[in-house]
Structure formats: C-alpha cells, structure tokens
Write a protein that binds this ligand. Structure first.
Ligand code: MF3
Ligand code: CO
Length: 249
C-alpha cells in the first residue's frame, strides 16, 4: 500500500530529512586519509542523537551501525569498523538516515578522500547527476518508470551500469515503504505518481558490470568485477508544485 502524506506529516518528515542531510554532510566534511569508518559513524550517530532523533539503520534487520560506509568497489551496506582507515584516492559512499517523531529520512552520497582519479570523479559526477535527472521526473501524473528510465538512460549513455539487485523505495513512517523505485525501467510504466508520495531515489552505479555479490559478513555488497561504484540518494516529496528534495542540509 502506498501511503500519501499530509502537509502536516511532510513538515515532520522534513525535520527527519534535515537531520539526515546534516549528518551526511558532517561525515562528508570529516572524510580524509587516515580516519576510520567507525570514527565517521560515531560522528553521525552523536549528531543525530543530539537532534532528538534516532539513527534508523541501527538494528534494522540487525544492521550494527548508524551509517553504511562503502569504499571503492563496495556498492552499499559497508559496515563501519575501527580497522578500516580511509586512504588518499578512495571514493567513499555514505548512506544514513534519521527517525524523528515517527518519520524517516534517508540519504546517501559518494565522497572523494583526498585526490581521486579522473575515472572516479567522472563516476561520482554521473551518479549524482543521474539522481537529479530522476528527481526531475518525480512529479504528479508521471509514473515511477519515468524516474527509473531517466536515471538508466543518463548513466548508460556514459558507459556505466545500473545495479539491479537493489532499488529505491517509498519512505515515511517506515524506512522502506511501497512503491519500489528501480534505477532502470521503462518510461510511462509503473505506479502513478501522486502528491503526498515520499520516495527515496537512490541510483547505485558501477563502472563495469551491473552484477554484485554479498560479502561473507552478510551485508557488504561488492561489484562482481571489482570495478568502482558510486551511490547518491535523496528523500523526495511529490507536491502539487513538483518534486521537493527533503534531504537538504
Ligand atoms: N541504505 C538503505 C536504503 O537506503 C537501507 C540500509 S539498510 C541497513 O534504503 F540495514 F543497512 F541499514
Ligand atoms: Co534508501
């Protein structure tokens, strides 16, 4: 069932999203060679709690941390650890959210650690841009497939591939709600978009094959061919005035 949110609900959710976005920004600014992913996680957790919110990934299906931090060929769901130090040239995908007053925010971005290769920078730029291409299509009267197709077309035209095994989603009083929002698909197909829908749109884009595998830790998702991967996500509300990005710091 797709839940449409009232203006009142959206205003609470905007607060959850603001906290999520600021926590993500905080990690982004702290990324530098030598810092561990556990240190980054702690920064975000402290901030979220200081805002009267709760890290919504923690304990979700047993997930042990506030953020997912996935480096280079890791696509998503990397578990922060004190043993993993960032290195110059890494690209670091951070995904996190906050639960505030019953509503969830969810967002992600891929950051550069120091100087990165041109190949890595191009991947990051294309993935970020594909998210905005998708968001443009998130207006009432359109369909989920319009979002999916805009993302897929943008990234495939640049030679990249779209991860198939994980998709975006509705978000609200649950972290994951209907509908699914794939990053690939056919324009004009799928669920009709309506005012009050809140969607987490989140392209996961690989340099090589779209295929992925899960590490023995049961969480970390890697590209099957070891190629680089990037991930950007916003929580977006569909309003009568068009798409509204809720996860802005
Ligand atoms: N990051 C996922 C999403 O954006 C959810 C993370 S699940 C967790 O939908 F268990 F890793 F937290
Ligand atoms: Co999400």
């Amino acid at each position: 069932m797709i839940v449409l949110k009232t203006a009142r609900e959206l205003s609470v959710m905007r607060e959850a999203c603001r906290i999520s976005a600021q926590a993500l920004e905080l990690i982004g600014k702290a990324i530098e060679p030598g810092i561990t992913t556990a240190e980054l996680d702690r920064l975000a957790e402290k901030f979220i709690l200081s805002q009267g919110a709760v890290p919504n990934f923690k304990n979700y299906h047993g997930y042990p941390a506030t953020a997912c931090i996935s480096i280079n060929n890791e696509v998503i769901h990397g578990i922060p650890t004190g043993k993993r130090k960032l290195k110059e040239g890494d690209i670091v995908s951070v995904d996190l959210g906050a639960l505030f007053d019953g509503y969830h925010g969810d967002n992600a971005a891929t950051f550069a650690c120091g100087d990165i290769s041109d190949e890595a920078q191009r991947l990051i730029n294309a993935t970020r841009e594909s998210l905005y291409e998708g968001i443009k299509m998130a207006h009432a009267g359109g369909r989920v497939g319009d979002i999916s197709n805009a993302i897929q077309s943008y990234v495939e035209a640049r030679g990249y591939s779209v991860v198939r095994d994980f998709v975006g989603h509705g978000v609200g009083t649950s972290l994951h709600e209907a509908p699914e929002v794939p990053n690939f698909g056919i324009a004009g197909r799928g669920v009709r978009l309506m005012p009050g829908m809140t969607l987490a749109i989140e392209p996961m884009i690989n340099v090589g094959t779209h295929e992925v595998k899960v590490m023995p830790d049961g969480w970390t998702v890697l590209t099957k061919d070891g190629s680089l991967s990037a991930h950007f996500e916003h929580t977006v509300a569909i309003t009568p005035e068009g798409p509204q990005i809720m996860t802005k710091p």
